[in-house]
Design a protein around this ligand. Structure first.
Ligand code: GLY
Length: 399
């Protein structure tokens, strides 16, 4: 009986989800043209990239000496290259991109058993999740469900969160980025009928609303918890300019995370949180004219500091989706903001020229400025969310 109720709930949820997928705004023909040009360029770049990166590794960024930086499968970004290849296959139907994606997925599949990172959502859902979405091959479903089980082992009920890192001096660190890993869990409940994954995702999101956000809806990067009582021990930064600052990518992860979770659950409090975060970003006096954020909204030295194209790409993808769930003036406000971001990213200021930029698509992102690591470089996730946003724009903006 309980199972029947759950299944009915899941069917109803899916129907409601479909009902919200209404056309929000129309795409501009000139931006569709630019999107196609950027996607054509992306296909060429990623085919070049495929030849450059050794079979057992994944592309990550650019080293300080200008050479290509690669990673092994356990790096949190390992799923972005195969994930982007799937998106580009979806766009171009070029079979060689699919074959390349499959080759790289074989390298990262073993990470489904990895219980030492919270990043399995990024790693497995961006890669195997897109593969499953496009092919419905049950092998990928099994990989994803195993990954969801591994991720769930990191949940502590006393804290009400999934632990982000096992390394460093924190007790039980939770970073705002972790919102992104919840999609793997809501998906797992939907396809398996096991509500426990979904419950973990919602509990994590609720605890994060309570403890990660300031009055202006900017977020701390890291909240550290006592594992027994769940009490907050400290609120810090790791990749931002200061504990009290608004690290740009963190704000984008929060925006995307709560928008996604509203899609997945239809719980209005997640929509409200996403709108508040969007408003913090869009009303920020330090958001530049081209709408691509500096690496931190409070970085000392603005305007003479690097931009973070990855934060712009993630925010653009999220705002396009948020526009579809918004009402009144917000529908156009979020859509138009995303259009401006995409117009900037698809311009020569950020878009690489063919055969340059170590074959990544976008230039000018920042991994971690405080660690002087990956500053003003391409990053595999900037590419992933840029391509995702371009496809969303083309698909959702159809007349
Ligand atoms: N999740 C790590 C980062 O955004 O840099």
């Amino acid at each position: 009986m309980e199972k029947l109720k759950l299944l009915t709930g899941i069917v109803l949820l899916s129907a409601m989800s479909a009902a919200t997928n209404v056309l929000a705004q129309s795409a501009k023909p000139e931006l569709i043209k630019k999107a196609d040009q950027a996607l054509d360029l992306a296909v060429k770049q990623y085919k070049l990239m495929a030849k450059q990166v050794p079979d057992s590794l994944l592309p990550r960024s650019t080293n300080k000496d200008g050479s290509l930086m690669t990673s092994k499968s356990d790096w949190w970004c390992s799923g972005f290259f195969p994930g982007t290849l799937w998106y580009l296959y979806e766009y171009s139907k070029d079979e060689s991109l699919k074959q390349e994606a499959l080759k790289r997925m074989a390298v990262i599949e073993k990470e489904k058993y990895n219980t030492h990172t919270h990043d399995l959502g990024f790693m497995m859902y961006c890669s195997f999740g897109n593969a499953y979405r496009l092919t419905k091959d049950p092998t990928y479903k099994e990989v994803l469900l195993t990954s969801a089980k591994s991720l769930s082992t990191r949940f502590n009920p006393a804290v009400g969160c999934i632990k982000s890192w096992d390394h460093g001096s924190f007790t039980f660190p939770v970073i705002i980025d972790n919102m992104m890993n919840l999609e793997l869990l809501t998906w797992a409940s939907r396809v398996s009928g096991d509500p426990s994954f979904d419950k973990i995702a919602r509990t994590h999101a609720n605890t994060t609303i309570k403890n990660h956000f300031r009055d202006d809806y900017s977020s701390y990067h890291v909240v550290d918890y006592n594992t027994a009582s769940g009490a907050v021990l400290q609120k810090k930064t790791h990749q931002g300019a200061a504990d009290s600052s608004a690290w740009s990518r963190g704000q984008a992860w929060g925006l995307y995370g709560y928008t996604m979770l509203y899609r997945e659950t239809k719980d209005k409090k997640y929509l409200s949180q996403a709108k508040h975060i969007a408003d913090f970003i869009l009303n920020n006096p330090h958001l530049p004219e081209d709408m691509i954020p500096y690496w931190d909204y409070d970085a000392p030295g603005i305007p003479n500091v690097p931009r973070d194209a990855s934060a712009g790409a993630i925010a653009a993808a999220a705002l396009l989706e948020l526009s579809r769930y918004a009402s009144g003036k917000d529908v156009a406000r979020y859509w138009n903001a995303a259009e401006k971001m995409l117009t900037s990213l698809a311009s020569p200021a950020y878009l690489a020229r063919e055969g340059e930029n170590n074959d990544f698509i976008l230039m000018h992102s920042v991994g971690s400025a405080p660690h002087n690591s990956e500053v003003d470089v391409p990053l595999s996730y900037a590419d992933y969310y840029f391509v995702e946003a371009l496809l969303r724009y083309k698909q959702w903006g159809k007349k």
